[in-house]
Design a protein around this ligand. Structure first.
Ligand code: SF4
Length: 498
């Protein structure tokens, strides 16, 4: 019997100059995990190809799909990669494959996508896709119907149907990705990493991504620009975390593990359980710097509960922090939730004292930004650069992405998700001196509502014109000034759109 052929794609960015500084240094581990689970459940009856847009491009992926002629193509799309994802989806349909979209952007607009894009068959509406996607595959292979596949949106007759979402706990289910599925590309990420960040280490680095926990302690409020689908804290099994590290280290010599947990400081209990379960052999390797970890964390969390020391114990040598602004008022306007300018400085210094380097990101154009507040941010970057060690600093313009408080302000004003009601938005805007007429608001809303394909540049420009006191051009000039400064300090930079 012919094997059922599947392609799993991480959609690429549209251009090469908008990437974050970590781009292409780490594999998209979500699709490797998915492939591992499918292989485990369906064995030799399936054949899977993994195509990561982080290290290829749309044309390459389209050609690979054409040559392989798959039965099913699953594409992971984020807002900035959605446009390319659609091109790939069209190609997949042209070669006769069923097409599934997943990941954050697909989950934001399942109905609109299925209504507008006839070449897409299914949308996975859960950001934890392992179970729903595998169940969908089973239903397609066995022809058993998809009515019971959880977290799935699809067409039924002329209507769009959405099967109920289910919550998946990482503790109960989080398949360890089998890197044999991507051995042919691991070396590409490693080379990219060493070219970009090799100077931070004393040895050749072999990096990989891990994901054993999700969520953020600021999840209830969430930062104004944060568009992550689900921020509820969901932690996995600490023993499995260490087993995977040991396995990858012994088998592939991997020595840098990027745990992409949204905020590592979200759960003090999880941090303690990881410390409690470090196996003796790995503790030794951590102490000898044979194994290093890299994480995201919040400044405020880092200044509490002796967290920096705990991170050091866990082998963390690099932390990514959204430092965002050099002005406490703008930090508050960005809903950083009690993170002040001083908190940021304290966190960076604590990390540096512990020998941990910082990957910081800043944003120009938060709600109510003025020339004066942006100057404070530029000054803060200049000052902290002379006092602390950074592995990278990204200074990007603000973009109001879907599923963020900024999206509520700009598009979902009448029915916000992250504000109590429109009155709360009005109060916040009033405090920031922002005025917008009902007519202007309606015009912007009409442009974006019912629209799944968003132009990032247009979003940014509408935001700057209506919700800040500066022009986008002014913000870009300040960003470019800082980029020059970073170059002179030999600090790597990049742009964040996610
Ligand atoms: S941007 Fe980061 S710190 Fe802010 S809510 Fe999202 S995950 Fe948490």
């Amino acid at each position: 019997m012919d094997k059922y052929k599947i392609v799993l794609v991480n959609s690429p960015n549209e251009t090469n100059d908008r990437n974050s500084s970590n781009y292409a240094c780490f594999p998209h581990i979500g699709i490797v995990q998915l492939a591992t689970r499918m292989k485990r459940d369906f064995g030799d009856s399936i054949d899977i190809k993994i195509l990561d847009g982080g290290i290829s491009n749309t044309e390459y992926i389209e050609r690979a799909i054409e040559a392989y002629n798959p039965n099913l193509v699953g594409i992971s799309v984020l807002t900035p990669t959605y446009k390319e994802g659609l091109k790939i989806a069209r190609k997949a349909k042209n070669v006769g494959a069923k097409v599934v979209l997943g990941d954050d952007h697909a989950g934001f607009f399942p109905d609109i996508i299925l209504n507008k894009r006839e070449y897409i068959d299914y949308v996975i509406t859960n950001d934890v896709a392992e179970q729903p996607f595998t169940e969908l595959l089973g239903a397609l292979i066995n022809n058993t119907g998809i009515e019971h596949t959880p977290s799935l949106a699809y067409r039924k007759g002329n209507a769009i149907t959405r099967n109920p979402d289910k919550k998946y706990y990482l503790k109960e289910q989080n398949t360890s990705p089998d890197l044999e599925l991507i051995t042919n590309t691991l070396g590409i990420y490693w080379e990219n990493y060493n070219n970009a960040f090799g100077h931070l280490h004393k040895k050749k680095i072999k990096p990989i991504t891990l994901n054993y926990a999700r969520g953020c302690e600021n999840g209830l409020k969430r930062c104004t620009y944060c568009s992550i689908s689900d921020l509820v804290i969901n932690t996995g099994n600490p023993e499995e975390f260490w087993d995977t590290i040991r396995n990858y280290n012994e088998k592939y010599g991997i020595n840098l593990f990027f745990e992409v947990y949204d905020s590592f400081t979200a759960s003090p209990r999880y941090i303690d359980s990881l410390i409690k379960t470090i196996p003796g052999d790995l503790e030794k390797k951590i102490n000898n710097k044979e194994i290093e970890l890299m994480v995201y964390a919040r400044s405020l969390g880092l200044t509490k509960k002796n967290n920096v020391e705990k991170l050091k114990k866990l082998g963390v040598t690099r932390v990514n922090i959204g430092l965002d602004a050099g002005d406490t008022e703008i930090l508050e306007a960005q809903r950083k939730n009690k993170t002040t300018e001083e908190t940021n400085i304290e966190a960076v210094k604590l990390l540096n004292q512990a020998g941990i380097s910082v990957h910081g990101s800043y944003i120009a154009g938060g709600p109510g930004e003025t020339e004066e507040t942006l100057k404070k941010t530029v000054d803060a970057i200049e000052k902290i650069l002379s006092e602390a060690r950074f592995s990278a600093i990204e200074f990007s313009r603000f973009i109001p992405l879907p599923n963020s408080p900024a999206w509520d302000i700009m598009v979902e004003y009448e029915n916000p998700k992250f504000y109590r009601d429109k009155k709360e938005i009005d109060e916040e805007l009033q405090m920031l001196g922002i005025e917008i007429t009902g007519q202007e608001r309606e015009k912007i809303r009409n442009k974006y509502k019912d629209n799944d394909l968003l132009d990032i540049d247009e979003l940014a420009s509408d935001w700057f014109n209506h919700y800040t006191h500066i022009s986008e051009e002014y913000a870009l000039r300040q960003i470019s000034k800082v980029d020059t400064l970073l170059d002179s300090h030999k600090v790597r930079t990049g742009k964040n759109v996610g």
